[in-house]
Design a protein around this ligand. Structure first.
Ligand code: SF4
Ligand code: MG
Length: 455
């Protein structure tokens, strides 16, 4: 998911719309904006893409005020239905509050059972709603203390944006799994999942919000707190591999440069005699450029992408995903004919994409097809907010390298090593979460929401 918020700007909801537009790659199922006019909160949300949900300028008349937060969603917990669209907005004894969440709470079911035993009634199937109930039941007086109370109970991955009538609060979990940054636009503060959203609205990047940090913005300005027990941060390395936009700056690095270095490293580890290097667009492009540069094999565009199709993987149904590859990519025969081709992608999840693409490249006349992947085999599911399928659907959890090679019908197959991946982000940046590659989960999962139990 992606979150965006702005405080103290006359065009708050319009800017949030633009911010969400820049974060669309982080979630395409649904989106929403909640604004505050100083006395009341206002909400507009729906299933669909940002441009479709907010395409009509009239909508912004119903989102008045100088503060707003927004969310783009792809579901990790809770099904993809309208009642699960964020931000969630509730009225309770102390006023109204809205929340937008990127991440996944791993002890959600335990807390939910407890809250229900005490009479809470849940309206959605999202883990995010738990936070709202914890807030409502906290005995603390100040908003900051109530938030600390509530969030101290939850474990897992959360970047959160809260909006009340008079305040905006941003929180990043102590492990810092997901990115979150702070910017300034004249006299207003801006918070966004990725810096590409700040760029779009010409906001100045101030800094990343630190793991475990809570930032409260109100009419007096901004204050920062570290209310949680400190742990060693474990930001998600998969943000660098696939999820974040290449123009963003996250976890202290530019994503494009990291991806290109992954490609160079891949070329050092898995060299092959070939005529051209081609990416599977868009996610494979920076790594393919790095591979070509390091190997000296020319970079070509052998597959052209239809840009009006979203990220294949995020389409929620298997049937659609199946179609996806062909809808999205078409080979350039003149580039591929009679060539020995190295094709680069960022990851193999189920193997569907690679298998179809190898076939497509061969049908276009390629002589050899060598697949190179700019991350290690994805063998374990993510419980921290990336929607990887359960273990049995991950091809590399149950198949050897050669079995996968045969399944995708490649002449050869090479994955970037764990060490290679680490070196691409810089050795000084130790402490990343790499659980989907290694199985070393940095935060244990006592119990997720029932439908999402680990498989
Ligand atoms: Fe990121 Fe993988 Fe860790 Fe999930 S398991 S947080 S995708 S590195
Ligand atoms: Mg891809």
């Amino acid at each position: 998911c992606g979150i965006f918020g702005v405080f103290n700007h006359p065009e708050a909801s319009n800017l949030t719309y633009l911010g969400l537009y820049a974060l669309q790659h982080r979630g395409q199922e649904s989106c929403g904006i909640v604004s505050s006019d100083g006395n009341n909160l206002h909400s507009h949300k729906s299933m669909g893409l940002v441009a479709d949900v907010f395409g009509n300028q009239e909508i912004f008349k119903s989102l008045p005020g100088k503060a707003a937060i927004g969310h783009v969603r792809y579901s990790t917990t809770g099904s993809s239905v309208i009642k699960n669209v964020q931000p969630i907005m509730v009225d309770y004894s102390r006023g109204s509050i809205a929340v937008a969440h990127n991440g996944n709470i791993v002890n959600a079911q335990i807390i939910k059972d407890e809250l229900e035993a005490y009479g809470s009634i849940f309206q959605t199937t999202m883990d995010t709603e738990i936070i709202v109930h914890l807030l409502a039941t906290s005995k603390a007086i100040s908003l900051q203390d109530r938030l600390t109370d509530a969030l101290s109970r939850i474990q897992g991955a959360y970047c959160l944006l809260f909006l009340t009538e008079t305040r905006m609060v941003a929180v990043r979990d102590p492990n810092g799994f997901r990115p979150l940054c702070l910017g300034r636009l004249g006299g207003s503060y801006v918070v966004a999942s990725e810096s590409c959203a700040l760029d779009l609205i010409d906001a100045e990047f101030i800094r990343e919000i630190a793991p475990g940090e809570m930032i409260v913005v109100d009419k007096n300005g901004m204050s920062s707190f570290f209310p949680f027990k400190k742990v060693d941060p474990t930001p998600c390395i998969f943000e660098f591999v696939y999820f974040a936009r290449p123009d963003s700056h996250i976890f202290g690095k530019n994503v494009y440069q990291v991806r290109k270095e992954q490609g160079r490293q891949l070329a050092r580890e898995h060299r092959v005699d070939a005529d051209i290097v081609i990416p599977i667009p868009d996610s494979g492009v920076p790594a393919a450029l790095g591979y070509a540069e390091e190997s000296g094999i020319p970079f070509e565009l052998g597959l052209i992408r239809n840009h009006y199709v979203g990220r294949t993987f995020i389409e929620p149904q298997q049937a659609i995903r199946h179609f996806g590859v062909k809808i999205k990519l078409n080979p350039v025969r003149e580039v591929l004919k009679d060539k020995r081709v190295v094709v680069i992608d960022d990851s193999i999840v189920r193997g569907t994409t690679s298998r179809k693409i190898v076939k497509m490249i061969r049908n276009a006349g390629a002589r050899e097809v060598h697949v190179r992947i700019s991350s290690p085999p994805t063998s374990y599911p993510c419980y921290y907010g990336i929607d990887t399928p359960n273990r049995k659907e991950l091809i590399s959890s149950s198949h050897s390298l050669d079995e996968i090679r045969r399944y995708i019908t490649a002449d050869s197959l090479g994955y970037l090593s764990e060490e290679g991946l680490m070196s691409s982000v810089g050795a000084e940046n130790a402490g990343f979460c790499t659980a989907c590659f290694t199985g070393g989960y940095p935060v244990k999962f006592p119990r997720l929401l029932d439908q999402d139990e680990p498989q």
